[in-house]
Design a protein around this ligand. Sequence first.
Ligand code: SF4
Ligand code: SF4
Length: 156
Amino acid sequence: MTDLIDRSGLAKRFWEKKPLTKLNQKEWEALCDGCGKCCLNKLEDEDSGEVALTRVACRLLDDATCLCAQYDIRHNFVPECIVLKPSNLDTHAYWMPQTCAYRLLWEGKPLPDWHPLLTGDPDSVHDAGVSIKGWTVSEFETPEEDWEDHIIEEPI
Ligand code: SF4
Ligand code: SF4
């Protein structure tokens, strides 16, 4: 599959050489592995603060490509969708999926060996079985009171 994220012309292992706050926009975007898991609906326990991912997908998530179907105009449909940036990562890292590259680097951990930046292959995230490809359910067809039945075990 063509890599829809532009990872061309980047310095080798740039993420190990500079902090997240010093990355340029292209480097920042290239860190996304394309797993799609940040677009799953989550349940947060008010008391413990624990976050559980569910297989209930945001209405705009295409689980064939694992991408947002309307990324550029998504806020017209999903105003609450977060624009993740170095300046707000501290606030959001706790609910990001455990395999998310932004969360891993924020936690001081390395990228996994299936990450497209390391393999050079955008499909490696799907081949490793860590993306949402083909296993989500629609939020339109799944009432919120049933989301608990769709909690997934991380890491996947
Ligand atoms: S969870 Fe992280 S790595 Fe996966 S699609 Fe979302 S931002 Fe990208
Ligand atoms: S609007 Fe798009 S980017 Fe935002 S959560 Fe939904 S699918 Fe993901």
